[in-house]
Design a protein around this ligand. Structure first.
Ligand code: PMP
Length: 372
């Protein structure tokens, strides 16, 4: 449709809280080395691609019917994966899945947040928590962090007591800083949140497979208001699949049924995710390689004279820059796309293949020379 009159979204009768806001938008630029969205750089192995084709073909024969609305087989396999790797036994009744962990978070906010309610996160952290809060009409409270990007427990407890939020987000390992959160911190904030409201505490573990530490999953035991969210976008190397999931008390799983769209997970998605779960061991092998590369990036960046935040994720926050945007552009000029998350003085690089990481390290060494 062509329209002679220029019409912008501000001319539309959109909800007041969306007026003047920008959508989530990591630049998708066509450059040789893309280390900006925390993707896994390794394509799925060919035997898995073949298995996906097989399972999808099987699913295609039944596409005249709606998919399994409750995704029971998939949730059972996700529960098996969590039980094997997360240090805690969970069953299908503890697990819920959706199109990416972003949708999991959206469903949680639709259920436990919403108009007249609030959610808190400790920033800098994953910006979508605040954006999804806004999209669901949930008020957003930005809580504090320490200078070293760990959570300031006393300040966080105070913010929870004062604001009495309905949902508390704790991201571990945190994005964009890479910082893992201690179990004691989660327990302290859970207690504070229960005393204040009680509220739902969501531990976003999108990157936990890359961590030096164990998952916080066992903490859900006996804590019905604690939710752990996960994704197949990072460790499983399947960002294009769009499959996220949560583990929690079965009552939480029942609660999100109130807002989920019927048949939200297509039969193709369920079949693909099930095929990927059959290849868990191979995929976790790539995670080990990426952890080694992440540690190499930390060491080499420090050797090159950069400050680096300790990382438990598949990315590294490095700085400091007087003007991080100019530094981002200089690295881009050398063919390497990293992420400027808007944290003053810092940039974030995703661990790629050894060759990609070498290209990045060359670029930042060059930048250091220019700046000294
Ligand atoms: N949580 C965190 C902390 C993330 O960084 C991301 C993606 N970058 C997500 C959740 C969402 O991932 P997805 O929707 O692909 O599962």
């Amino acid at each position: 449709m062509t329209d002679s009159k220029a019409l912008s979204l501000d001319d539309l009768p959109v909800r007041d809280e969306l007026r003047g806001k920008s959508p989530y938008g990591a630049p998708q630029l066509d450059v040789p080395v893309q280390l900006n969205t925390n993707e896994n750089p390794y394509p799925l192995p060919e035997p898995l691609v073949a298995r996906i084709a097989e399972r999808v073909a099987e699913a295609a024969r039944g596409l005249n019917r709606y998919p399994d609305r409750d995704a029971v087989e998939l949730r059972t396999e996700l529960a098996r994966y969590l039980t094997r790797t997360g240090g805690h036994t969970v069953g299908v009744e503890n697990v819920w899945a959706a199109n990416g962990s972003n949708e999991v978070i959206q469903q949680l906010l639709q259920t436990f947040g919403g108009p007249g309610r609030t959610a808190i996160g400790f920033e800098p952290s994953y910006s979508m928590h605040g954006l999804i809060a806004r999209g669901t009409g949930t008020g957003w409270i930005s809580g504090p962090r320490n200078e070293d990007f760990t959570i300031d427990v006393a300040a966080a407890e105070k913010a929870i007591a004062e604001n009495r939020p309905d949902v508390v987000f704790i991201t571990s390992p945190n994005n964009p800083t890479g910082t893992a959160v201690e179990a004691e911190t989660v327990l302290a904030l859970y207690e504070a949140a229960q005393a204040a409201k009680p509220s739902l505490v969501v531990v976003d573990e999108a990157y936990v497979e890359f961590s030096h530490r164990d998952s916080l999953l066992p903490l859900i035991e006996g804590r019905p208001h604690l939710v752990v969210s996960r994704t197949m976008s990072k460790a499983f190397g399947a960002a294009g699949l769009r499959l996220g999931y949560l583990a929690a008390h079965p009552a939480v799983v029942d609660a999100v049924q109130l807002v989920r769209l019927p048949y939200h997970l297509s039969a193709v998605t369920q079949a693909t995710a099930l095929a990927a779960l059959e290849h868990t061991d191979t995929l976790l092998g790539y995670v080990e390689q990426l952890k080694r590369e992440r540690d190499r990036l930390v060491t080499e960046l420090r050797t090159a004279g950069y400050e680096v935040t300790d990382s438990d994720a598949n990315f590294v926050q490095f700085g400091r820059f007087g003007d991080s945007h100019t530094a981002w552009q200089r690295i881009l000029d050398q063919g390497v796309l990293v992420r400027d998350n808007g944290v003053p003085g810092w940039l974030r690089v995703t661990a790629g293949t050894p060759t990609e990481n070498d290209a990045f390290l060359d670029a930042v060494r060059q930048l250091k020379k220019e700046q000294s």
